[in-house]
Design a protein. Sequence first.
Length: 448
Amino acid sequence: MSIPAQDLSPFAARRKRLMDIMRTRGGGIAILPTAREAVRNRDAEFPYRFDSDFFYLTGFPEPEAWVVLVAGREDRSILFCRGKNLEREIWDGYRIGPEAAADQFGFDQAFPVESLADELPKLIADQPALFVPLAGDRLFDLSLRTWLDKVRAMGRSGATAPGCAHDLRAILAEMRLVKDASEIDTMRRAGAISAGAHVRAMRATRPGLREYEIEAELLHEFRRHGSQSVAYNSIVATGHNACVLHYRAGDAELKDGDLLLIDAGCELDGYASDITRTFPVNGRFSGPQRALYDIVLEAQKAATAHTRPGARWNDGHEAAVRVLAQGMIDEGLLSGTLDGVLESQHYTRFYMHRTGHWLGMDVHDVGDYREPGAPPSADETRPWRMLRPGMVLTIEPGIYVRPAADVPERFWDIGIRIEDDAVVTETGCELITRGVPVAADEIEALMS
Ligand code: GLY
Ligand code: MN
Ligand code: MN
């Protein structure tokens, strides 16, 4: 994946921050490889995507690369990457190479990746601790074992192997949970591109087209604005397909009178966006569609109001569920009182997922949903995470109605979700995906 030239200072700042954290735990050595290339079939590969944690620390886009950080009395940051190779570069393209990489990406040293086996044991020797992905990857574990064996074999010359290991990914997850200014800038741009793609899809939609034709509109818009990939497989689901939560764009025909649910977002420079809109194929909501749509939109508003500093992770979900459950009662999907429906969780028949997730380099981004540390007492769970400025999450309530004898027929096969991406600010949140309309009247106006 080629990423355009960018300001590399945030990456150096993150390495520095990580090494400061390592020092608070007594210092040591961090080792992290990027993702491997993956074969799709025979000699064709999947489009390459770097490891998110690796890219977060380096900005380095090539495969076969490792970052090594030593935090002791002094910091050392080292990159291992593919060596220059004119023959391979003729076939596969330009390689940055260790010399240029050290300079360009701000590393103290860079080595060709072939020298890992020689250099790593020397670097690991006498470090008090390892900071590595714990039990995450067989090949990594195997390499680590080999390097540690070499260090142990150096014992008679006085070298010692690290006495403990910390999970590097857990530390990075905590760092990645709060985005810095350059990340938020990228996410705003990704959100704007995806919103534009949803607008394009709404404009293109009409009865008689197929789901894949609308998917093509989305992909066209993502790519022509420089997005390198989708952030996840696009969902383009019409009619009853909208009730299948992980449906993909298929070949179903868009029918007059049905809804179309699109859940699609681009990835830009390593960052995901994630938008869902649901709209009528013919440009006008029917009465029952509109009734459910407005409930979902109200639920999203309620969750958005609880997306602010000091609120807890689950507050938005609880607020959305209240609105959805009341709406289900009002429309005859459920009977009973609001408190009864909340208590019994009968609403999960029509709303079976949560109202959001962290968003960042990964669409379901890293980060604990509860506060770190031990539970307050033996019979309590850890409190839900308190929202802080710089956290980014989706807000995505929905209603999905499958046909059943006890469900009013006018709602059968209606699936609705509305999803936007929110950056927590000092005072509330900023929805960075509102370049596409969300109010039913505005959608109808755009499609007319
Ligand atoms: N598109 C994946 C999600 O909404 O969680
Ligand atoms: Mn989502
Ligand atoms: Mn989504």
